[in-house]
Design a protein around this ligand. Structure first.
Ligand code: SAH
Ligand code: SF4
Length: 346
């Protein structure tokens, strides 16, 4: 079976070169080519034809093809449907902020977690993405939009901590100096709360931002909308979060989708505030995106304002997430509706 060469670290490439009877310095050259985003071994112009042939016999380079692209008429946010050679496809979103371009990438094809408000959760799980497939989403976007990405959020399809090994590998590759060199401080990872993996991640002591999708102030509401909560309840989750903050010194960002009549009362805000007391954190409120068949509706703006004011009075900072690309439904698993342009490319 061919090996996924684009997911390998330079050290691993050295071992591969040794097994092919090649000098170690080749590993550095090949690593650089791979991280530059080439799609075929023929593009490695400083590598002999003979070695390139050996590479073709033993490895493959993964890449993503653009199946569909939606560009927001409001703010140029681009949403891509990207496919891999096995026919599986994921969504990635490219957003422009004042400080540069942020890409929101997927970590799995689908998701096993089954959150009731989430389009990805409703579509089931197909497979994990490899590290190189995560990188290839960034490259496809950079090439298409002719820009450089400066920030990454792992908030697309899938649960990153349910694909832990590949995600960690991706983080190390994307932040490597010879690679895209995007520092950990420019990366956010969002999780629904896979508690044992939060402890593992804390032990890595990475400087990335952890976002935790909380979406409810108590187990009763959370277990109804997020099945993972039946396995790891809020107390256990927040204990892991406190440990994460202690270990990394990083502030956690709690995501809270505001769902009309479900989790948006002032009582919910007060309960949330008391749970988060004395934690170095920030609350990000997101008016829920309505997904067909769920019956969930966005909270009204006056409700959201009132919710924020309860949190702030309790000393917890909260913001409403700026919704980029709202006309193209640029969130988790819903590629559809109004757009300025639609293009199909090779
Ligand atoms: N699986 C991870 C990351 C991907 S989902 C997680 O759950 O955190 C990215 C974010 O979008 C999460 O905060 C998720 O709860 C949120 N989300 C999913 N569906 C949504 C919807 N319909 N409206 C608003 N936010 C949603
Ligand atoms: Fe999976 Fe996140 Fe969607 Fe839940 S919200 S189903 S964890 S992608």
């Amino acid at each position: 079976m061919l090996k996924d060469i684009g997911s390998m670290f330079e050290e691993e490439l050295k071992e591969e070169m040794a097994s092919l009877g090649e000098p170690a310095y080749r590993a550095g050259q090949i690593y650089k080519w791979l991280q530059s985003g080439i799609k075929s071994f023929d593009e490695m112009t400083n590598i002999s034809k003979k070695l390139r042939e050996k590479l073709v016999e033993n490895y493959y380079i993964s890449f993503a093809s653009i199946e569909k692209k939606l560009i927001s008429a409001y703010d140029d946010t681009r949403k891509y449907l990207l496919s891999f050679p096995d026919g599986e496809a994921v969504e990635s979103v490219l957003m422009k902020y004042h400080h540069g371009y942020t890409s929101c990438i997927s970590t799995q094809v689908g998701c096993k977690m089954g959150c009731t408000f989430c389009a990805t959760g409703k579509s089931g799980f197909s497979r994990n993405l490899t590290a190189s497939e995560m990188l290839s989403q960034l490259r496809a976007e950079q090439e298409d939009a002719n820009i450089r990405i400066s920030n990454i959020v792992l908030m697309g399809m899938g649960e990153p901590l349910d694909n832990y090994e590949n995600v960690l590998r991706f983080l190390r590759l994307v932040s490597s100096e010879k690679g895209m060199n995007i520092g950990m401080r420019h990366i956010s990872l969002s999780t629904c709360g896979v508690v044992p993996r939060i402890y593992d991640l804390a032990a890595e002591k990475l400087q990335l931002t952890l976002s935790v999708s909380l979406h409810a102030p108590n187990d009763q509401i959370r277990s109804r909308t997020m099945p993972i909560n039946r396995k790891y309840g809020i107390d256990e989750l927040l204990r892991a979060c406190r440990y994460y903050i202690e270990q990394t010194g990083r502030r956690i960002s709690f995501e809270y989708a505001m769902i009309d009549g479900v989790n948006d009362s002032d009582a919910c805000a007060a309960e949330l505030a008391s749970r988060l007391r004395e934690m170095i954190c920030h609350v990000n409120l997101i008016p829920v995106n309505t997904v067909g068949g769920t019956g969930y509706k966005k909270s009204r703006m006056d409700r959201i304002k009132s919710f924020i004011s309860v949190l702030e009075k309790a000393g917890i900072t909260a913001t409403v997430r700026r919704t980029l690309g709202s006309d193209i439904n640029a969130s988790c698993g819903q590629l559809k509706r109004a757009y300025k342009k639609e293009e199909k490319t090779e």
